[in-house]
Design a protein around this ligand. Structure first.
Ligand code: SF4
Length: 495
């Protein structure tokens, strides 16, 4: 628990984000100055939820100066100051963030790989500097000095941004749009899941009604955006292959009915759960023009798969992969997660060894994020001792292994609630990158999304502005309120 007193909320967002980067999952409670003093004087309650630790953070904004104090229940104190005109938010935000970082770093004795950066798209910063004509060496220096990040992270950002630039240079994607379609059914619910996902055993009877609603939404999108070229289609979820064969065929027919599949650059479908894959489904996808699929083991350790509720075996992952190759897929991605409960770096090595032997074209590596709505978070007491989180060593091992497999990092993003404050990275063999992933990360074009929980993004590059509209996540609400979901898009489209 962190008791926070601040006499100005100008940097409240940054204060909380940087504090949580150091003190993961701690609850921050804002109090008055009087209450702050009183709490500090009280004995530590046994159920404080922090292993008996209470932290007291005080930020005093004075004239062109902020004084910071971190004190703990054992009486230990550290102080830090920053001198700047903090009311000029645009100019001084980085200086204030560095001050907060130094304050927490001094108290914990730790540094963070990404320094004080808490944003989810660090490559956008580098992309911007590259566009201004800065050399990579200068970018690395500026990145580490501005954000107090490791050279290794600056280097990663430079590599990813340069690769993205090269891929995006070939075309004016700004004039086009991409389409996302969400299928929110899964065989079971994974422990860490925070997506729109409903187990087939309980919600399978909604599949037809769901496809009916989706058809209505797709029909609207096709009409409203028909004049714009379509760059990519990405069908995710959930697990699209959780649909049975006839319904998966119906979904593919619907996509072909409304969108010009033969002329687009990329068509990806997630076949994430190997227990949802069959030869016939793979054939349906291939025949529909799907060029890229994703088979996602997350780990190649059976005990972890059992623990996280995936309900499939390691052998099923390999069987689904080989089946996809036999059917004819030449671009297969696999997802894995580092920092899963009970796993350390030796498990990551084991998973990488088995995935390396399969030789997929791309590997997407997520650092475990503990989202508020996930069972893992709600049942944290039960899993606390097993959740050590991802570590930078794990990501270094991933990086080395992927490079040995001939892959390069090509897209990257960070999320809140990743223990260790790390990142998610997509690696691929050159030429097999997922264009959709780059487009969505770099916010280069509109992404129009259909389905429960899907988020649509309109990009206005000239105004450096993005607008979003979300569909409801609940499957029944999505079905029953489909006209309202369409109206949300309509209102934005014609603004
Ligand atoms: S497969 Fe993905 S969407 Fe489905 S339950 Fe697991 S994490 Fe959630």
């Amino acid at each position: 628990m962190i008791y926070l007193y601040q006499n100005n909320k100008e940097y409240d967002y940054d204060v909380r984000a940087i504090a949580l980067a150091f003190f993961e999952r701690e609850k921050i409670v804002e109090v008055s100055e009087q209450e702050w003093k009183e709490r500090l004087a009280e004995p530590v309650p046994e159920d404080s939820g922090s292993g008996g630790r209470l932290l007291f953070l005080k930020l005093e904004y004075k004239t062109e100066q902020i004084d910071g104090l971190v004190q703990d229940s054992a009486g230990r104190q550290v102080r830090e100051q920053v001198f700047c005109d903090y009311s000029d938010h645009g100019t001084n935000r980085n200086a204030v963030s560095r001050f907060l970082y130094r304050l927490f770093s001094k108290y914990t004795g730790r540094t963070l790989p990404w320094g004080m950066l808490t944003g989810i798209r660090p490559t956008k910063i580098v992309m911007n500097w590259l566009d201004q004509g800065m050399e990579e060496e200068e970018i690395r220096r500026r990145f580490t000095e501005t954000y107090l990040a490791d050279v290794q992270k600056a280097d990663l950002c430079c590599k990813v941004a340069s690769r993205e630039r090269e891929i995006l240079r070939s075309h004016t994607f700004e004039q086009e749009y991409s389409l996302y379609i969400g299928i929110p059914f899964c065989p079971t619910t994974c422990l860490y899941c925070s997506f729109a996902s409903f187990p087939v055993s309980r919600f399978g009877d909604r599949m037809d009604a769901y496809l009916d609603a989706l058809k209505k939404e797709m029909s609207f999108v096709a009409e409203a955006f028909g004049s714009k070229p379509l760059t990519t289609i990405y069908v995710g979820g959930g697990t699209p292959t959780a649909l049975d064969e006839p319904r998966l065929a119906r979904l593919m027919d619907m996509i072909h009915q409304y969108f010009p599949v033969p002329s687009i650059r990329e068509f990806t479908v997630e076949a994430g759960r190997p227990d949802s894959v069959s030869r016939e489904k793979l054939q349906i996808l291939l025949d529909a023009g799907v060029g890229r699929i994703s088979i996602n083991p997350q780990t190649m350790h059976q005990e972890t798969l059992d623990l996280i509720g995936r309900n499939h075996t390691v052998d099923q992952v390999e069987d689904a992969y080989h089946m996809a190759r036999e059917v004819g897929f030449t671009n297969i991605n696999m997802d894995m997660i580092t920092g899963l409960p009970g796993e350390d770096i030796s498990h990551v090595r084991g998973t990488l060894d088995r995935l390396g032997a399969l030789a997929p074209e791309s590997l997407t590596v997520h650092s475990l994020a503990i989202k508020r709505a996930a069972h893992l978070n709600m049942e944290m007491e039960r899993y606390q001792s097993l959740v050590k989180g991802s570590s930078n060593d794990m990501l270094c091992l991933v990086d080395e292994t992927c490079r040995n497999m001939g892959m390069e990092p090509y897209y990257m993003y960070r999320q809140k609630n990743i223990p260790g404050n790390l990142e998610n990275i997509g690696y691929s063999i050159p030429g097999k990158e997922c264009l959709y992933n780059i487009l969505i990360m770099e916010e280069k074009q509109d992404i129009i999304s259909c389905g429960a929980g899907a988020s649509t993004k309109y990009v206005y590059p000239e105004e450096n502005r993005i607008e979003r509209t979300e569909n409801v996540k609940n499957i029944d609400h999505y079905i029953n309120r489909i006209d309202e979901m369409i109206d949300r898009k309509r209102n934005m489209t014609w603004q």
